[in-house]
Design a protein around this ligand. Structure first.
Ligand SMILES: [Zn+2]
Length: 355
């Protein structure tokens, strides 16, 4: 057997391609096949980060190596299936590979995600191991970006509502960027990335871009409009009203509907429509009575309307839900546009909330 390219001794025969190759020419052939497949199927560009699911075996690590060599921005995802020493050895191989090439490797344990390691899952389902394993793997690979989006939102809540700890701020930003990088084909992941990047990193342009990308993928995604309506805090009142109303039309009984109502309240407040702002805040409270922000918005709108007793009652509910609330800390965390921050701060003081 001779190499098709150089005529030297071949190490590998590829019957499908009716060819044989020496070692260096096989690698060259393989790299070219990968490049052609990416191009032909328009899989991704060099501006995106590719999350490469790796098992520790030669196929996936070989592919990862080729992508790195071809100049793609990558990160690895290793799913620990919990199959005793086999999983430990595979993980070690992935970690060594990633460390040698200075790549990020995300490790997710199937046991944590689906409740049991693969050998246990197999006993329960009584189906062949490969079927339980394949299903779990596909599920976890597809939700990796979305999981980062939700993780970002959890840290966002911890940062804003539980003492403004720097580690939570950084985790919000880290997870939001992972959702953005790996979720280029996932509207929900992009919407969550946009929300967290806008609210916590205060990069409103990047947030807008993420929402626009999500809508380009899925133009009738109520989820995107719900989270996107948070542009209200950036002072984009008109867009916020349009997106919030569209979200509520697409999904009127959505569990996130209170998000759209609170965004409407912010936007109406900015436009000095304090009656509308108070009504939207009340709708938001109906949707989720435990969301302190809606009570804060109600307090602000009522203070502007001169209903001081009612405003104070709303303010006391803010403090009941969020005992350490202060206007200054809230503004520092979210950095609302000056057109909102200035009048809202003044109104909240009148309602009796602490500076
Ligand atoms: Zn050759």
């Amino acid at each position: 057997m001779k190499c098709r390219k150089c005529g030297g001794a071949a190490v590998l025969e590829l019957r499908r391609h009716n060819a044989a190759f020496c070692s260096p020419h096989f690698i060259e052939f393989f790299d070219k096949q990968v490049a052609e497949a990416i191009h032909a199927h328009r899989m991704f560009t060099r501006e995106e980060t590719v999350l490469v699911a790796v098992s520790g075996g030669k196929d996936s690590l070989g592919l990862w190596d080729t992508l790195i060599e071809a100049g793609y921005r990558t990160a690895g995802l290793y799913l620990d299936l919990g199959i005793y020493d086999y999983s430990k050895e595979s993980r070690d191989k992935c970690e060594a590979f990633a460390a040698a090439r200075r790549q990020t490797l995300h490790v997710e344990r199937v046991e944590e995600a689906v409740g049991a390691p693969i050998p246990e899952v197999q006993k329960v389902t009584r189906r062949p191991t490969c079927s339980a394993c394949g299903l779990s793997k596909r599920y976890l690979m597809n939700r990796a970006a979305l999981a980062h989006g939700y993780a970002a939102y959890c840290h966002e809540n911890l940062f804003v509502r539980a003492g403004r700890r720097e580690e939570n701020r950084q985790a919000t930003i880290r997870h939001a960027h992972a959702a953005l990088a790996y979720g280029q084909d996932d509207a929900m992941a992009l919407a969550l990335a946009g929300f967290n990047i806008g609210m916590i990193e205060h990069d409103r342009a990047a947030a807008r871009e993420a929402f626009e990308a999500a809508l380009a993928l899925s133009p009738s995604s109520a989820f995107t409009y719900f989270w996107g309506s948070s542009v209200a805090w950036a002072g984009e009142a008109e867009r916020a009203i349009e997106w919030a109303k569209r979200a509520l039309r697409l999904s009127p009984f959505d569990p996130w509907s209170y998000f759209a109502w609170s965004a409407l309240s912010v936007a109406f407040f900015q436009q000095a429509g304090y009656d509308d702002a108070a009504n939207a805040a009340r709708k938001s409270i109906q949707g989720n009575p435990g969301f302190s922000i809606s009570h804060m918005l109600l307090a602000g709108a009522l203070a502007k309307l001169g209903s001081i007793d009612e405003a104070k009652a709303a303010a006391s509910r803010v403090l009941a839900l969020h005992p350490r609330f202060s206007i200054g800390e809230w503004c520092a965390a979210i950095d609302p546009a000056p057109a909102i921050a200035a009048p809202l701060t003044e109104a909240l003081r009148v309602a009796g909330l602490p500076d």
